[in-house]
Design a protein around this ligand. Structure first.
Ligand code: IMP
Ligand code: MG
Length: 184
């Protein structure tokens, strides 16, 4: 399949350069899927993806999971079209599934300050799941100042804005097959 992998990306007047290649991402996503498969071997987990950013990662991840599982989505808004978090999280869509007594795996594209993840863990925790774990493709370790439990992390990355593979800048860039980083 031919994917969209330009040598650099101009988005909203800013230049982004390649950071994680398609092969690196696919290799790591496969490892995460295999790890989850072995950890949840006797269970039937439900993946909850955070829209919009996590949809591509989640769709690849699920196809490396080797047992029955389910999926649902919720949607948050915290960034608007800016590169810096607004510091406010709003619910735009709730999950439909009943997760009481279920093994839930919350799937994020990226953990930055940790605010979204913290908010979601509290919200989902109130619905009394049997267990609640998290997976994120990217983690900006230096930026995270909220206390969040990250169970599976794809890549630890510097505190710079990234886009591609589901992540956007003002809604652009999600269809890029690799991850790009702001060229400072
Ligand atoms: P947090 O609540 O500060 O951890 O921010 C998490 C959310 O902000 C993620 O789910 C992303 O949607 C968005 N976000 C954070 N950093 C970036 C980035 O570098 N590129 C694109 N989106 C980002
Ligand atoms: Mg997001």
């Amino acid at each position: 399949m031919s994917h969209y992998i330009p040598e650099s990306v101009k988005c909203n007047g800013e230049i982004f350069k390649p950071f994680l290649s398609k092969d690196e991402i696919q290799k790591r996503v496969k490892e995460l899927g295999e790890q989850i498969s072995s950890d949840y071997a006797e269970k039937q987990p439900i993946f909850i993806g955070v829209l919009n950013g996590a949809y591509i990662f989640l769709s690849d991840l699920m196809r490396h999971v080797q047992m029955p599982c389910e999926v649902d989505f919720l949607k948050l808004s915290s960034y608007g079209d800016e590169k810096v978090s607004s510091g406010q999280v709003t619910n735009l869509k709730e999950i439909d599934a009943d997760i009481k007594g279920r093994h839930v795996i919350l799937v994020e594209d990226i953990v930055d300050t940790g605010l979204s993840m913290k908010y979601l863990l509290e919200q989902l925790g109130q619905k009394e799941p049997a267990s609640l774990k998290t997976v994120t493709l990217l983690h900006k370790t230096e930026a995270t100042h909220h206390d969040v439990q990250l169970d599976y992390v794809g890549f630890e990355i510097p505190n710079l804005f990234v886009l591609g593979y589901g992540l956007d800048y003002a809604q652009e860039g999600r269809n890029l097959a690799q991850v790009y980083i702001l060229d400072e």
